[in-house]
Design a protein around this ligand. Sequence first.
Ligand SMILES: Cc1cc2nc3c(=O)[nH]c(=O)nc-3n(C[C@H](O)[C@H](O)[C@H](O)COP(=O)(O)O)c2cc1C
Length: 155
Amino acid sequence: MDFFEVLRRRHSVRAYLAKKVEKEKLERILEAIDSAPSAGNLKAYKVVVIEDERKRKELADAAFSQQFVAQAPVVLVFFADTQKSASHYGIRGEQLYALQDATIACCFAMLACFALGLANCWVGAFDDSKVKEICGIREQALRPVAILPIGYADE
Ligand SMILES: Cc1cc2nc3c(=O)[nH]c(=O)nc-3n(C[C@H](O)[C@H](O)[C@H](O)COP(=O)(O)O)c2cc1C
């Protein structure tokens, strides 16, 4: 799809078909994430890929019962790595750059999805500590920034 068409047609989708997301497409989305700019090229973020049905349901509950999160066959969870950025940029890295790195990474994923014919919706309303627990993240420096359910649109 033409880049400007992707921008024009992108919109949040909150209903997904049961159809799986192909492995190749998921790999291309992860490549797109990896190509995103980041402060000092540190890539101060972590992305957790959740496909397990039970965990998707737990994530939906942690997102204050936004059940469409569980409906999507793949859910990406973006974490800002505040310590990684802080180690180079101090307080500015910790409080600003790490969040920006994770945000841009998520944005690249969103656009890549639409270019591949997949839908998504940025989910920012969730309980941080529950999301961390579900994703198996213990490091205090990793802050969840966005949940991105991905799938084929059913709307
Ligand atoms: C920081 C952020 C947090 C958001 N959180 C949620 C959310 O928790 N649940 C939801 O359904 N949509 C969420 N959205 C999606 C917005 O509601 C949506 O992008 C906006 O209404 C514009 O619609 P569009 O994406 O179709 O252009 C969020 C978007 C952003 C950027």
